[in-house]
Design a protein around this ligand. Structure first.
Ligand code: ATP
Ligand code: MG
Length: 375
């Protein structure tokens, strides 16, 4: 029994992998009417922030894992003290929950990242800016951010005043140099408790307004030395932090040809959705294998190029009207809908196209996603 906290699309797609593995999932969902609640029969509806609810549910599982990173570290530590197996363990997961903890640890490991400082007031932001060549700088809340929420680019001290006033006092704020990047990359590795690692190829990801919208696997025209370095960083971080399950390392490829770590996630990740259709073993299957301490599956691509494009809520009130056109135009397109209510800008599905000609593959994936969105 693998218990999954959180009922979004990641838990939903874990269920798809669980079917083949014959592994039953148990869900702790915020609502029955949720992306994963629709497909996992053993669903408990409850509030994961309430310790009694979490603990009563958790004790019925062989291992507990996650769809999101919002369960409090203290609660997870209490579960572990109570004998529940949590993967990734709270001591590893905290590095994906708290950007201040993550930066401190990666710096101590010598892993390359943007210059940064914890800031308490606007004059502290200005002092930091002066050490990195001036504004603009990026401010990030240490905890609670996702899809770009909690990330602010500030152009001057007045901008910093506004951001700091809008963040709760209890949450630390991190200032980072604004990295001039050529593009964003990501590496996913699965790590089993035995220490076995499986590394997916480095991919290129495009974010719009902080939301991942398109992923190309593998990253085109990437210097092979940089690819090896990026995979090496991910494998080393997974081992040093003792990650069990998937680790996603989001990276910047700088204009001067370096890679810097942006942040970490410890669960299946949007930049790995292509692997369902494009790799021998999907990220969802390898996450389940890893948390169950089973031998990992082969992460190698089965195709030359995979391009994944997210379907965001748009003008079309339902996605199903788009099906006949998309399917008729491109019988090879792979469609994954998340069973979520369509709301503007919300991730409601993704498509993956694959083939030998990257320009064509991209065009097919973009066209299909745009059609579903009604644009
Ligand atoms: N130091 C930086 N310099 C330049 N751009 C940055 C920097 N930090 C973040 N960004 C941009 O903002 C995006 C969101 O930042 P980050 O990944 O830290 O936030 P998040 O909300 O936790 O993300 P996610 O959606 O992955 O959970 C990045 O993908 C990148 O495009
Ligand atoms: Mg991110």
């Amino acid at each position: 029994m693998v218990g999954v906290v959180g009922a979004g699309q990641l838990a939903r797609m874990m269920q798809q992998a669980a079917i083949g593995l014959g592994v039953p999932l148990r869900l702790l969902a915020e609502a029955r009417d949720s992306s994963a609640g629709h497909v996992i029969t053993d669903t408990t509806v409850g509030d994961y922030t309430d310790y009694d609810t979490l603990s009563t549910w958790a004790k019925g599982n062989t291992v507990v894992t996650f769809d999101h990173e919002h369960v409090s570290t203290a609660h997870l530590e209490s579960l572990v003290a109570d004998g529940v197996i949590v993967r990734p363990a709270p001591g590893a997961l905290v590095h994906a929950q708290d950007k201040v903890v993550m930066r401190a640890r990666l710096s101590s490991l010598g892993v390359p990242g943007p210059r940064h400082a914890v800031v308490e007031a606007a004059d502290g932001v200005a002092a930091f800016a002066s050490t990195v060549g001036g504004f603009p700088v990026v401010l990030k809340t240490a905890r609670g951010g996702y899809d770009g929420k909690g990330v602010f680019v500030v152009d001057d001290e007045a901008g910093a005043v506004g951001v700091l006033a809008s963040t709760p006092d209890a949450v630390a704020v991190l200032a980072e140099e604004k990295v001039g990047f050529r593009r964003e990359l990501a590496v996913l590795v699965a790590r089993a408790p035995s220490g076995q690692l499986a590394a997916y190829p480095v991919v290129e990801s495009v974010q719009r307004q902080g939301i991942c919208v398109e992923v190309t696997a593998p990253a085109p025209d990437l210097d092979p030395d940089l690819a090896v370095e990026a995979q090496g960083i991910a494998m080393r971080v997974a081992a040093e932090l003792g990650v069990t399950g998937l680790l996603a390392v989001e990276l910047f490829e700088t204009t001067d040809g370096r890679v810097l770590v942006n942040e970490l996630a410890m669960r299946p990740h949007n930049t790995g959705h292509w692997s369902i259709d494009g790799a021998v073993t999907s990220q969802f299957e390898n996450h389940l294998r890893a948390v169950l301490d089973l031998p990992l599956g082969d992460p190698t691509p089965r195709v030359r190029w995979s391009v994944m494009v997210n379907i965001l809520g748009g003008d079309a009130p339902t996605l199903y009207d788009g099906f006949p056109h998309v399917q008729a135009r491109d019988p090879q397109i792979r469609v994954h809908l998340y069973g979520k209510q369509v709301e503007p800008g919300r991730k409601v599905g993704h498509v993956t196209a694959y083939g030998d000609n990257l320009a064509e593959v991209r065009e097919r994936a973009r066209h299909a996603a745009a059609w579903f969105e009604g644009t």
